[in-house]
Write a protein that binds this ligand. Structure first.
Ligand SMILES: *[C@@H]1O[C@H](CO)[C@@H](O)[C@H](O)[C@H]1NC(C)=O
Length: 337
């Protein structure tokens, strides 16, 4: 009896430790996550599709200040293929200002698609995904002792989401990560990379962002994340994107399985609000609306011109006319009053 109890305990500990196997597609894919990880089926999940005409402008949102991001220190950083993504450990000397509490950095990782397929980012803006997305994960170090402790508490984590699109030139900052991928092509492989300025991975302008309460985008999907998604994008070259898509495997050995399309589909917003640090984004008007607006403006100007013309004409007539008529007008005005 004791033996069975022990066996049960051991099995339970192993299961709890390793967690259930999960993937993005197939029998353990994202649609099946809630069966093993109930919180994945809850109502404040991430990512989301941000509809810019439904966001709430919040003029009180303080600017987000990354501290220590451009002073990378002297210690090398661990880069790890965990089978789900490529992850870089970050020291707590990197932290965020402009949030309700102090959040220190723990790690960053990427999500991406597959060569020849559109999409790859987790968050979308107005139904539009980009090629990849960078997540920089921080935890509330004032309230919690570690990332894993904070990860299960409301607003225990703060994650920065950076949408990455393809641009014309190679992005040297992303090269600090991408140039090492071949050293960790298989699951559980690790390497260390020289410290670099993490600030350079972010878009150059940080003023425009969206803020909402959400979750981890992978099991166990804890709803503990205060999200900041930047409106501006970072850019990498098509060659860099292809290296991200083609170097890594999600398996330890043969048969190798490519680590691709590791992004979760947008989740229902439900009752949540999305706040924006800025007023307007993207095209506010459709082409039709723009056209009617233009016609309206032209017509309005025409009316003003015509009115001005007639007023000017009247004034001129008055000035040319004799004093008598002016006196007459004013007399009539007084009698009428
Ligand atoms: C997140 O949820 C907390 C607790 O309900 C709330 O106080 C806070 O205003 C929310 N923040 C955002 C950005 O929605």
């Amino acid at each position: 009896m004791l033996f069975f109890a022990l066996l049960l305990e051991v099995t339970w500990i192993l299961a709890a430790d390793e967690g259930h196997h999960w993937t993005y597609e197939g029998p353990h894919g994202q649609d099946h996550w809630p069966a093993s990880y109930p919180e994945c089926g809850s109502d404040a999940q991430s990512p989301i599709d941000i509809q810019t005409d439904s966001v709430t402008f919040d003029p009180e949102l303080p600017a987000l200040q990354p501290h220590g991001y451009d002073q990378p220190g002297t210690e090398p950083l661990d880069l790890h293929n965990n089978g789900h993504t490529v992850q870089l450990s970050l020291p707590p000397t990197l932290y965020l200002g402009g949030l309700p509490r102090k959040y220190v950095a723990a790690q960053l990782h990427l999500h991406w698609g597959q060569k020849g397929s559109p999409g790859g980012s987790e968050h979308q803006i107005n139904n539009e995904a980009t090629a990849a997305e960078l997540h920089i994960v921080h935890y509330d170090s004032d309230s919690y002792g570690s990332l894993s402790e904070a990860a299960q508490r409301p607003q225990g984590l703060a994650v920065l989401g950076i949408l990455i699109e393809v641009g014309d030139t190679e992005n040297p900052a992303y090269e600090h990560i991408l140039s090492h991928l071949h050293e960790i092509s298989h699951k559980d492989q690790k390497t260390s990379v020289p410290p670099f300025s993490v600030r350079e991975l972010l878009p150059s302008e940080l003023e425009q962002f969206f803020r909402y309460n959400g979750s981890l985008t992978t099991p166990p999907c804890y709803q503990s994340v205060l999200w900041t998604v930047f409106n501006r994008r970072a850019q990498i070259s098509v060659g860099q994107l292809e290296r991200l898509q083609q170097t890594l495997f999600s398996t330890e050995e043969e048969p190798s399985e490519a680590l691709v399309q590791n992004y979760r589909a947008p989740q229902p917003l439900n009752q949540r609000a999305v706040f924006a640090s800025f007023i307007q984004v993207g095209p506010v008007y459709t082409t039709g609306e723009m056209l009617s607006l233009a016609v309206g403006i032209v017509l309005g100007c025409l009316c003003l011109l015509v009115a001005a013309y007639f007023i000017a004409k009247r004034i001129r007539k008055k000035r040319l006319g004799n004093g008598k008529s002016v006196v007459f007008t004013s007399v009539r005005a007084t009698t009428e009053a």
